[in-house]
Design a protein around this ligand. Structure first.
Ligand code: FHN
Length: 452
């Protein structure tokens, strides 16, 4: 690995980028046109995969607290040592079609994978820096190219995570103070122009249509620096969305990690979230969210107007942990029956059902504990209210502020509709339900309303 350190792994090579770009759009797309697929999709698969999956949360026999992909930073591992992981990285069990198939089985409509995380290691064949999976590992393959093709075969939109500011491998990247000293003494623009910007160009040139670029942790990102990335994206793939963590305004808002807003939020937004407590694989983190919990969170987010980008952390062998696969597939089973209430659905017209934060009680992170008010959530489409019942009500479901003119009610079952009797008096509405729920995770009751 000495070769990689000799030149600080930044070989300016934008001129070498010769990978085929998708045809440029003829007319500029409006914001609504660009966001159309995102508003329809609602549910995406996030994948954090990199060298950090080799130590699995442990360094020199000691468990390292915190997120798996942060091990280099948390254990203050020198670049010269961390780099050596590349020689061990040989994920022979990686199968792009299996990963894309998981996304499809889970009912996810887009997939976003780490092309370079804060450790600076490119998970694709980069001509800009030899510190990449093709040149620096025995694997000698470009898994992101394989994954782009596998997603395209399944009509799953494909996007890249790219850590634009933090790069712990580079002397002038943000974040590595243990090897390279304080960030404010660095020539950050040398790093941006020499590595990050040309790598983003590569990603937008050689992997077909990229649905979005997911920038992250915008340390030291001024408006002008952010604009340079926007210009690159707009010039190469004008339809590509930019998330909310570039450091200057993106195409949609990124909420905090695992932070679901308390109430309806207008505009386009997304919650990035984990299925356990880490993004990158960690062997001792087996506290998986259940399919019931994931489904509730998905419905809750959609009922507030957002998208859910849910992460898996594959192992260094290239395997997505089986429990996360099983749990996601169970959510996919639910979506097969109830997907019409999710994809392209809008937020609740009510809001009272959501609940409120309790200012007197704090969780482990110091955030107010949120008290949900009801066990149901509502999503919408023109002429339809979808009531997602997470707890089956005994006998009937009642609304006190129902819209006028509800004539028809039925349950989604996957095998046709089961109709239910509706009685409406003024604002209040009562739907008589069968004794047992048609679906174990959540049954969806559809109320047909006059289209305005
Ligand atoms: O530092 C990263 C973290 O490793 C992970 O990639 C998450 C995903 O949203 N983003 C940053 C922390 O917010």
């Amino acid at each position: 690995m000495k070769r990689l350190l000799a030149a600080p792994a930044v070989l300016i090579a934008s001129a070498l980028v010769s990978l085929a770009a998708p045809p440029a759009e003829t007319a500029p797309l409006s914001h609504d046109q660009k966001l159309k697929w995102f508003r329809e999709a609602k549910f995406g698969l996030f994948i954090h995969w990199g060298l950090y999956s080799i130590p699995e949360g442990e360094w020199k026999g000691k468990p390292i607290a915190g997120l798996g992909e942060w091990i280099m930073n948390r254990a203050k591992i020198p670049v010269t040592e961390y780099e050596k992981l590349a020689a061990q990285f040989n994920p022979v069990k990686f199968n792009a079609d299996e990963w894309a198939q998981l996304a499809q089985d889970a009912g996810m409509k887009y997939l976003v994978i780490t092309s370079k995380h804060h450790d600076g290691f490119a998970m694709y064949h980069s001509a800009v820096s030899k510190y990449n999976i093709y040149d620096a590992t025995p694997f000698h393959r470009d898994p992101l190219k394989e994954l782009a093709a596998a997603c395209a075969r399944r009509h799953i939109k494909f996007g890249f995570y790219y850590s634009q500011a933090q790069d712990w491998h580079e002397p002038n990247g943000a974040g590595n103070t243990w090897d390279f000293g304080p960030d404010d003494k660095k020539d950050f623009d040398q790093y941006l122009r020499g590595k990050a910007e040309p790598q983003v160009k590569e990603l937008l040139t050689g992997y077909g249509p990229i649905c979005l670029i997911w920038f992250d942790t915008p340390r030291m990102m001024s408006g002008e620096r952010g604009q340079r990335f926007i210009d690159i994206v707009h010039s190469l793939q004008p339809a590509t969305l930019i998330d909310g963590r570039l450091g200057t305004e993106g195409d949609y808002r990124s909420m905090g990690d695992n932070r679901i807003p308390d109430s309806v939020v207008k505009g386009d937004w997304e919650v990035p979230a984990t299925v356990n407590h880490t993004w990158g694989f960690k062997k001792d983190d087996t506290d998986w969210k259940t399919p019931e919990d994931i489904t509730f969170k998905l419905v809750d987010i959609v009922s507030k107007g957002g998208n859910y980008l849910l992460n898996v952390g594959p192992t260094s062998q290239g395997i997505i942990p089986q429990p996360s696969q099983d749990n996601l597939r169970e959510v996919g089973r639910w979506l097969k029956i109830n997907g019409e209430a999710i994809y392209g659905a809008g937020p609740t017209p009510f809001g009272d059902e959501l609940g409120a934060p309790d200012p007197t009680a704090k969780d482990k992170q110091g955030n107010p504990v949120f008290h949900a008010k009801t066990d149901w959530r509502c999503t919408t489409k023109p002429g339809k209210l979808y009531i997602h019942l997470f707890k089956w009500p005994e006998g009937s479901f009642e609304l006190t502020k129902a819209p006028a003119g509800v004539k028809k009610a039925y349950l989604l079952t996957g095998k046709g509709h089961v109709s239910a009797k509706v009685r409406q008096q003024g604002d209040s509405l009562k739907v008589t339900l069968p004794a047992t729920a048609p679906e174990k995770i959540a049954s969806v009751l559809v109320l047909e309303t006059p289209v305005k």
